[in-house]
Design a protein around this ligand. Sequence first.
Ligand SMILES: [Fe+2]
Length: 320
Amino acid sequence: MASYAGSVPSPTLPSPTLPNSQLTRAVIATATVGVAGLTYAAGIERNAFTLRETTLPVLAPGSSSLRVLHLSDLHMTPGQHRKQQWVRDLARLDPDLVVNTGDNLAHQRAVPAVVQALEPLLGRPGLFVFGSNDYFAPRPKNPAHYLVRQHRRVRGVPLPWQDLRAAFSERGWRDATHTRHRLEVNGVRIAVVGVDDPHHRRERLGTVSGPAPVDAELRLALTHSPEPRVLDEFAANGYDLVMAGHTHGGQLCVPFFGALVTNCALDRSRAKGPSRWGSHTWLHVSAGLGTSPYAPVRFACRPEATLLTLVAAQQRPGVR
Ligand SMILES: [Fe+2]
């Protein structure tokens, strides 16, 4: 065998810098923690469906209490059987009223799965508004956009939201989008309004403007995305409670710190749960039950439904 050793001059190379053992261990540990975290976020926490319960003093003084089940952001695909069964089992709570604040769909053929999951609840009084993910299918996005609020909207193919709306409406749930409704549940007179998804600037506040009816014991407003400009309008009109979803509670949260983002102009301290908006109005934001199929992770932010027990306030400043 011919040997070329010595026939070709060796290039002058810098002395290789061998990683020291500490650096190697740190890289391995970081990678291990990262993989473990992703495995947990995608495989465990994303499916750790949780019922949160809270009590809000939002009804007119002297009113009976009202148990409201708040559902949001199911982002359902046909194969998500565990989530579908968990939602079906919520009927055991026997709520007086169900409120669905949108983003039910994540697949063109998901309407039957959503309707089947909600079937036991569709016999209850129900109210809903839709979110952008009811109208358009999810698409892959740059994960970095998660941390950027004003990124360009990416729309997928249209989804059959009309079929979902028809299924809800046939069972008696009321679409509050740009509409005023009056209903009485458990002896509580309710006036409700809602807007289309402000996240895509679909809201038409003119259709729901004006003072909330003073004779209702619950003045309720619905929006998918809790954009402050919409919350300000509802609060200025005297609504007692605004219910919203969209934020996913931040979806990827930091333990003992909370949400990093809300995916809208809402401050991150209100990413989920109840908070006051102005001097009179309460805001309740659901962290929702799903995620985009292209971002199937949750961390320190379990998927949730909420059972709100609405009770009488001691007083309603300026409206009675
Ligand atoms: Fe959503």
